[in-house]
Structures are given as structure tokens and as C-alpha cells.
Design a protein around this ligand. Structure first.
Ligand SMILES: Cc1ncc(COP(=O)(O)O)c(C=O)c1O
Length: 421
């Protein structure tokens, strides 16, 4: 896609006004919103107000007067419609890893020790599988990891307690059919736990319609809550009141300000709160959700999804045309694609290309994606329809092409690795 075509598409984009709700550095093509979303323009002032007014002036009164104590539920209610859940069912708290620990324990308890196997994918994000390893250890169970999605159905048998999947794979960007896999899990007597880290706010999600059991996800990726923003957790209402989640902190108590010596779980999703909410981080996420309110008025998830698919399709086409050796890891079938595109570059012989160095060279030239080690090594580009446009696609492809043609990536400043890739 040439830049003139890209500009025409951007001019006709019904969501184009949303980009002005973000602060993005001049000259940067930011394609890493699947890792860390961009900064909403309103966030600095809002956090400053929370610090100076609510904390500085309001002091401890602000737990009530500024509604701090209600943030985990209020933010959960704001997120619920984007997850296919109802208000009152979602809680914003802790990290995705911690929330996964809570729900996996709960799911295994619901199986009452009769089934102890958790099935997931080897290509799942490591934290999911690491947490699952700890939880199955505690329950005397086993984690079975599949090599490909096609291997999942035969493992859904009478021993399977939980099918734990990330809806959109962090490496390939492949999206699972949540309703179908949940149904298969249920037919086998297993429960379905979904990680929505790469789905929330970017692909249509229907937790209730899929009859999923539990879900968790990140606030700092497509939701733009800021680095380390709190995560969310959802439980299907049919599981209410049956088991305790394992991190039985005081704010998950039915009456925390009674200061009872005995734990008594709060009803519903409130039990999944453990301790004191990170108010400033929650404030960042709260402000970021205002952008979603604006997106709702411009066509909501349907418009976001249409644009996301158009962007990723244009980028796949551009890479295929400009980088002949690239192997696209992301499904071309839009029903199977999240909102990122990943590809590998040739690794053998004289044509070998160091993908890490290519990404560093891209970043040096103002095109920011990221690199994921593994087999194959992948260059990842996330497309956020709230602030990315077709000009970003066009620029990323042309800069990539120039870097590869000139082999300018092959320089010590790009080949030496930093801690965060
Ligand atoms: C699928 C998935 N789950 C979880 C996480 C991160 O979890 P946490 O926020 O607890 O670090 C990531 C991070 O990229 C992820 O891709």
C-alpha cells in the first residue's frame, strides 16, 4: 500500500478522531499496543489530580469521598460490556498472573479432586503455564501442554479438570473459538479458563454467551491503562459462593470493616479482591476507559474490529510483497486472527537475518514493534485501531524493506541484546 492510498483510507476512517485522544511522539509509528498501550492524552492530568487533590488534600477521606474503595468494581463494570459480561461480574485487581492463580485454584476446587489435569498449549504465554504448574502441584495434578490447537480435543476426557487457554496467542496472534472450545470442555466435564490479555478491548468477546467459567486479562495492553496497570478477573455467576479463591485477603471478606477474626467470603466476584487496590494505577485505567466510551459512540467493537482486521490484512500483504523470505505466523483467515501480525525471517545460510537486530533497527528508525525469542524467532507488530492508521502500515512496511535491502540492521548497535526485548 503506497502512502497516498494509506492517507485516503485514513481520511475515510470513522474512528480517526480517536487518535487525538492519545499522546504519541512525533515521527513514531507505534505498533506495540499489544505489549504496552499508548498514553491517553487525559491520563497525566487525571493522575496528577488524584495525587494532588485526592491524596494531597483529601488524604484518607478520599477512600470514601473520591470513591477509591469502589474502583475495583466500578472499573470492572466499565469493562464488562467489552467482555460480554454484565456489570457486577468483573473485578479489576492485581496482575493477570495473580488473578490466574486465583481462578485456576478455584476451578480445580470446583472439580472436588475428581479431576486434576489442566490442559493448555506449550505456546501459551509463559506466566500462564508457570502459574498452572504451581497450581497443579498444590492439587497433586498435572499440566498437559499441546503442540498445536488440533491436539486439544482428544485431551478433553474424563480426567481433564480445566482447559486453560489464551484467547489470542501472544506469539502467532491466532485466535481460538472461545464458544466452541468451552462447549467441548464442558461436554467432557471440564471447566474453561480464558486469558484475554490479547483480546480485551480489541476483539469481540462473549464470556456469558460462550458460557465460559473464568477469565482474566491485562489492563496495560490494548486497554491503555499504563505500565503495570491492574488486571481484571471474571467468574461465571453459576460458580458464585461454591469455593474460596485461595488469596483470602481482607478486601475479599464479606464485611471487611467489621475486622472479624474469621474469614467469610464476600458474595460474587468481590471475593476475588485480595488487598488494597493500587489507586493511582486504577486511575490510569479509569481514564483510559474514557477512550472506549468515545469509541462506543463511533461504532464500538464492530468498528474497532473492522479497522483492526483491515490494518492487519494490509500489513500482511505489505510484508509479503516487500519481504520475500518472511514467513507469516499469523492466520490470514480473519476469523482466526487477533490484532497483531508476527513473522519470522530466514535463519539459514548466507541469507540469514537476525530478527532481533532488524527490530532494533526498526525502532531506531521510529517504527516500534517487538521481538519474541523462541522457535521460530518472531517479529511482532500490534495494531491498535484506536490510534493506528493505514499510514502506520505503509511506513512500517517501507522502513522494514529499506532496512532489509541495505542490511543496515547488521551493526553492533542493533545486534547486542537488551534485557527487555
Ligand atoms: C497472555 C498473557 N498473559 C499474561 C501476561 C502478563 O501477565 P502479568 O501482567 O501478570 O505480567 C501476558 C504479558 O504479555 C500475556 O501475554
Amino acid at each position: 500500500m503506497n502512502i497516498e492510498d494509506a492517507k485516503r483510507l485514513d481520511a475515510a476512517d470513522p474512528l480517526r478522531s480517536l487518535r487525538d485522544l492519545f499522546t504519541l511522539p512525533e515521527g513514531i509509528t507505534y505498533l506495540d499496543g499489544n505489549s504496552l498501550g499508548a498514553l491517553p492524552r487525559a491520563t497525566p492530568e487525571r493522575i496528577q489530580r488524584a495525587v494532588e487533590q485526592e491524596w494531597g488534600q483529601g488524604l484518607i477521606k478520599s477512600w470514601n469521598t473520591a470513591g477509591w474503595i469502589d474502583l475495583p468494581r466500578r472499573l470492572g463494570d466499565r469493562l464488562a460490556p467489552w467482555l460480554g459480561a454484565r456489570p457486577g461480574e468483573v473485578l479489576v485487581a492485581d496482575s493477570t498472573s495473580v488473578n490466574l492463580y486465583k481462578v485456576l485454584h478455584a476451578a480445580l476446587q470446583l472439580q472436588q479432586g475428581k479431576r486434576k489435569i489442566v490442559v493448555s498449549e506449550r505456546s501459551n504465554f509463559p506466566t500462564d503455564n508457570y502459574i498452572a504448574q504451581s497450581v497443579v502441584r498444590a492439587h497433586g495434578g498435572e499440566l498437559i501442554l499441546t503442540e498445536s490447537p488440533e491436539d486439544i480435543p482428544p485431551l478433553l476426557d474424563e480426567r481433564c479438570a480445566v482447559l486453560m487457554l489464551t484467547h489470542v496467542n501472544y506469539r502467532s496472534g491466532r485466535m481460538h473459538d472461545m464458544a466452541l472450545l468451552t462447549r467441548w470442555a464442558h461436554q467432557a466435564g471440564a471447566l474453561a479458563v480464558w486469558d484475554l490479555a490479547h483480546s480485551a478491548g480489541i476483539v469481540p468477546i462473549d464470556l456469558l454467551g460462550s458460557a465460559a467459567d473464568f477469565a482474566v486479562g491485562c489492563g496495560y495492553k490494548y486497554l491503555n491503562g499504563g505500565p503495570g496497570a491492574p488486571a481484571f478477573v471474571w467468574m461465571h455467576p453459576r460458580h458464585e459462593g461454591q469455593v474460596w479463591q485461595p488469596l483470602t485477603g481482607w478486601l475479599g471478606h464479606a464485611n471487611p470493616f467489621d475486622f472479624d477474626s474469621e474469614y467469610q467470603p464476600a458474595p460474587g466476584i468481590q471475593q476475588y479482591q485480595c488487598g488494597t487496590p493500587a489507586v493511582l494505577a486504577m486511575t490510569g485505567l479509569d481514564t483510559a476507559l474514557d477512550v472506549y466510551d468515545a469509541a462506543q459512540k463511533l461504532g464500538g467493537m464492530k468498528a474497532l474490529r473492522n479497522k483492526s482486521l483491515a490494518l492487519t490484512e494490509a500489513f500482511i500483504g505489505g510484508v509479503e510483497a516487500r519481504v520475500p523470505g518472511a514467513v507469516i505466523a499469523t492466520p490470514r483467515d480473519s476469523a482466526l486472527r487477533g490484532s497483531q501480525v508476527s513473522f519470522s525471517l530466514p535463519k539459514d545460510g548466507d541469507d540469514s537475518i537476525d530478527g532481533y537486530a532488524v527490530m532494533q533497527a526498526l525502532i531506531h528508525h521510529g517504527v516500534i514493534g517487538d521481538f519474541r525469542a523462541g522457535d521460530p524467532e518472531l517479529l511482532r507488530f500490534g495494531f491498535a485501531p484506536l490510534y493506528n492508521g493505514f499510514a502506520d502500515v505503509s511506513r512500517a512496511v517501507s522502513v522494514l524493506g529499506e532496512i532489509l535491502d541495505s542490511r543496515s540492521w547488521d551493526a553492533p548497535q542493533f545486534t547486542s541484546r537488551s534485557k527487555v526485548t
